[in-house]
Design a protein around this ligand. Structure first.
Ligand SMILES: O=CN(O)C[C@@H](CC1CCCC1)C(=O)N1NCCC[C@H]1C(=O)Nc1ccccn1
Ligand code: NI
Length: 183
């Protein structure tokens, strides 16, 4: 099982690499890795598992965070309309997005960042993501608000981008133009 020891922290070169696409169909090793990433998220949202293994709760995890240079991510969360997003995705790609922006009013954090980095992280309010899931199905996900934010945070990791790269240096809490916050 993946624990916090497996999660690399900022400064580790893996977090600044652009990941390689996964050859499809995925090798068993890649599928197992992605299943373990999804398992981590579920474990991290279970009180007992959290306490027993010292896990930091997470709603998303990208392969570079466990030092795997592959274009794979896992998400496990329910959005504000109680829709469950629980996926292991291969080669996810944002194929379109709104001009309109959003941001988490609490700012963002990262399991690979052991410090608070204050400030709003501008994100597209709506995105369409194409990807392959663990069963080999081609998915097209239309995401907005919180779900769009989570997926953008994870897909950024696959391109060596950290959330704080987007924070306005001069005015971290400047509201991004015309953006509607997600609380
Ligand atoms: O790349 C992936 N990561 O770095 C894990 C991050 C991903 C989220 C950060 C902002 C959007 C996606 C993550 O999940 N967190 N960030 C650090 C500590 C908190 C934790 C979190 O938001 N937990 C949570 C939230 C709601 C419900 C349950 N748990
Ligand atoms: Ni992160």
């Amino acid at each position: 099982m993946i624990t916090m020891e497996d999660i690399v922290r900022e400064g580790h070169p893996a977090l600044r690499k652009v990941t390689d696409e996964v050859t499809l169909p995925p090798a068993d090793e890649d599928r197992d890795t992605l299943k373990n990433m999804l398992e981590y998220l579920k474990n991290s949202q279970d009180e007992q598992m959290c306490d027993r293994y010292g896990l930091r709760p997470g709603v998303g995890l990208a392969a570079p965070q466990i030092n795997v240079n592959k274009r794979m991510l896992a998400v496990h969360f329910t959005d504000l309309n109680d829709r469950l997003y629980s996926y292991g995705l291969l080669n996810p790609k944002i194929v379109s997005h709104s001009v309109e922006k959003t941001y988490l009013s609490t700012g963002e954090g990262c399991l690979s960042v052991d410090r608070e980095v204050p400030g709003y992280v501008p994100r597209y309010r709506r995105i369409t993501v194409r990807a392959t899931d663990l069963e080999g199905n081609d998915l097209k996900l239309r995401l907005k608000d919180y779900a769009a934010i989570v997926f953008q945070h994870e897909i950024d990791h696959l391109h060596g981008i950290m959330f704080y790269d987007h924070i306005n240096k001069d005015q971290p809490f400047k509201e991004p133009d015309g953006a509607k916050p997600v609380d």
